[in-house]
Design a protein around this ligand. Structure first.
Ligand SMILES: Cc1cc2ncn([C@H]3O[C@H](COP(=O)(O)O)[C@@H](O)[C@H]3O)c2cc1C
Ligand SMILES: O=C(O)c1cccnc1
Length: 338
């Protein structure tokens, strides 16, 4: 679907009329869940997940058939500051790996039965180092938001957004600190594996970015423009697109959650169509999820990004939906109720 905005004002306007879940489907799924051949609540969190999914897709007895994994790749000016354990060329090299089918995300998409799209965002034109000025111009931000919006397939019935961008845990830490407050040190972590003096340097870069843009950080859209990156903005655009089309979303790790947090900061409730797929081993991810009020489905010690943790969680959601829609009721099965 073509993005319905060509300016930041247009993007902001999307949040003035966000659709809500279908009340009738929520009610039907809740009633059905209560009649299924199991003791009440015996499927634990699967029950709530299935009902949540039913509400957003507007079907009390839903199927989950067309999950889409949308990956976005961008490059970052701050990568030149030694904030990553890997050089910036890895971003484009990993994109080639996705296209050749050799990355973790390729294997996990196959297992989850998900389609996978990869969108490269001006990889030969990194964002500006955010300690020097805003990472993106307004036009660049609008273009990245629109690219994310337009990457979502209209027929998808579940969306996972993933990213690849050397340096992007630095951008994500800066966004989280700007949105939630606290010091750079609270939000800055190891990313792809920095430690010791390099981690201190990374924390300093985040602190410098926060200081440089301090006067503009009360506006979440400006936080994204000044401290973010194209793939983070595209993820935000895709998650917003999913909300408008009532497509449920599974959030991935720290970077994805930081991008999503921008939407939450624009409008509380903007992420009601999203669940947290996992809690990443990146140190500050639990704090981001707590601020978003999201309980992760999985805790596997993963810290990869690319959407990987969320894709593993697709199978949990599939299990939840299969039980809600496929199980017999007590009446149908002739099982005595307690
Ligand atoms: C080979 C490789 C594959 C990856 N896949 C995801 N990431 C992850 O690491 C990057 C963020 O870490 P930092 O901020 O430290 O650069 C992102 O690209 C993220 O998706 C990868 C990183 C590497 C090196
Ligand atoms: O949580 C993540 O998404 C993450 C953490 C470290 C490196 N890359 C991604």
């Amino acid at each position: 679907m073509k993005a319905p905005f060509t300016s930041l004002a247009g993007f902001r306007a999307v949040f003035d009329a966000l659709p809500q879940p279908d009340a009738a489907a929520l009610e039907a799924a809740t009633v059905r869940n209560g009649q299924l051949t199991k003791p009440k609540g015996a499927l634990g969190r699967l029950e709530g997940l299935a009902i949540w999914y039913a509400g957003w897709v507007g079907d009390g007895r839903p199927a989950l058939e067309r999950p889409q994994v949308a990956i976005f790749a961008g490059n970052h000016g701050i990568a030149a500051r030694g904030v990553s354990a890997f050089p910036p060329e890895v971003t484009v090299q990993m994109v080639a790996n996705y296209r050749a089918g050799g990355a973790a995300v390729n294997q996990l998409c196959k297992v989850a039965g998900a389609s996978m799209t990869v969108t490269e965002l001006d990889l030969d034109r990194p964002t500006l180092d955010f300690t020097q000025g805003p990472a993106m111009t307004e036009d660049e931000l609008v273009a990245a938001l629109a690219a994310g919006w337009e990457a979502v397939e209209d027929e998808a019935d579940l969306l996972v957004v993933g990213e690849m961008g050397i340096g992007n845990t630095t951008a994500a830490a800066a966004i989280a600190a700007a949105l939630f407050g606290g010091s750079a040190g609270e939000w800055t972590g190891r990313g792809s594996g920095v430690e010791g003096a390099a981690l201190e340097g990374k924390t300093l870069v985040v602190a410098q970015g926060l200081e440089r843009h301090a006067e503009a950080l009360s506006d979440p859209v400006e936080v994204l423009r000044r401290l973010g990156g194209r793939e983070l903005a595209a993820m935000a655009g895709a998650i917003a697109r999913a909300r408008v089309g009532r497509i449920p979303v599974i959030l991935d790790g720290f970077i994805c959650s930081a991008a999503a947090a921008v939407l939450h900061a624009i409008r509380p409730g903007a992420l009601d169509h999203a669940v947290a797929g996992h809690v990443s081993a990146e140190g500050a991810h639990p704090a981001v999820l707590a601020r978003l009020g999201k309980e992760p489905i999985l805790e596997l010690g993963m810290r990869l990004g690319e959407g990987t943790g969320a894709i593993v969680a697709i199978n949990i959601l599939r299990s939840a939906v299969a039980c809600l829609s496929g199980m017999a009721t007590f009446a149908e099965a002739g099982v005595a109720e307690g």
